[in-house]
Design a protein. Structure first.
Length: 272
């Protein structure tokens, strides 16, 4: 059975230890760890706290920027990704999420070559540590600062070219769920999915991400979850919400609402 995870980006105002305590109290099984929060708290203390709380780490966010779009050199970005991979191994994270970086003035082909080169450097190291790397396509309306991968097909083609079982896919329903073809594609890609990010919105992304409570938007989340369950997906569903509506919410209510929505949809999928 798939399980629910809460992404630390969702509860932006809480500290790492507040996230761990409140997620656990809310009955949420997993946590998507944000490297910045963990670093602020202290990695050694954080690993111990997670172990004591019994929370599984669904994913570690994030590594990338191999195109130089964030001002770092290719070498520095790869070294940072190696550090993130080591941390993911210590956390026993389900995956390390990886972004290519923006095109940053490169041609699409050159940006793609840089990303492939980085992945080919990192994957043997990740395999030694038992870490899965997961690449995330984003909606073209908000992808420009993060990645040049804006569709499932682009990402799957890259995964196929590299041909390493330690490289998988992030499916974020906020980015991909507005495409009516997604539900039909999911059974074909389920084996390649490392994690599903649950996000909803009242309109397709355009500029800064603006997500809403699960079920309040137009993304067919119940259908997506049921389709994935039928296709045999058993990984985490990680709630990733941000935007004007989310940032002012009471986080305890946000956790309660997200868990209730997931439990309802998961129950329907199980009965089907």
């Amino acid at each position: 059975m798939a399980s629910l995870s809460m992404n630390e980006m969702t509860t932006y105002r809480w500290s790492f230890d507040e996230d761990v305590r409140n997620y656990s109290t809310a009955g949420i099984a997993g946590i998507g760890v944000w490297r910045q929060k963990l670093s602020d708290f202290g990695e050694e203390k954080g690993v111990e706290l997670l172990r004591d709380a019994g929370l599984s780490v669904s994913s570690l966010l994030w590594a990338g920027g191999f195109t130089g779009s964030d001002g770092r050199s290719y070498k520095d970005s790869v070294e940072d990704a190696r550090d993130a991979t080591r941390l993911a191994g210590r956390l026993k994270a389900g995956c390390l999420i990886v972004y290519s970086g923006a095109r940053a003035g490169h041609t699409h082909n050159h940006a793609r070559r840089l990303f492939k080169s980085a992945l080919n450097e990192l994957l043997p190291f990740a395999a030694e540590l038992g870490v899965t790397l997961a690449i995330e396509p984003m909606h073209e309306g908000c992808a420009s600062e993060w990645t040049f991968l804006t569709s499932l097909n682009d990402s799957l083609n890259l995964i196929g070219e590299i041909g390493d079982p330690a490289l998988k896919l992030v499916v974020d329903t906020y980015h991909l769920g507005h495409d009516p073809a997604l539900v039909e594609q999911l059974p074909l890609v389920a084996d390649h999915i490392a994690i599903v990010h649950l996000g909803d919105a009242k309109a397709p992304p355009q500029g800064e991400q603006n997500r809403c409570l699960l079920g309040d938007g137009t993304v067919p989340l119940a259908n997506i979850l049921a389709t994935l369950e039928r296709a045999g997906y058993e990984g985490f569903y990680d709630v990733e919400l941000m935007g004007e509506e989310i940032e002012t919410m009471d986080y305890h209510e946000l956790l309660r609402h997200s868990k209730q929505a997931f439990d309802t949809w998961s129950g329907v999928a199980t009965r089907e």
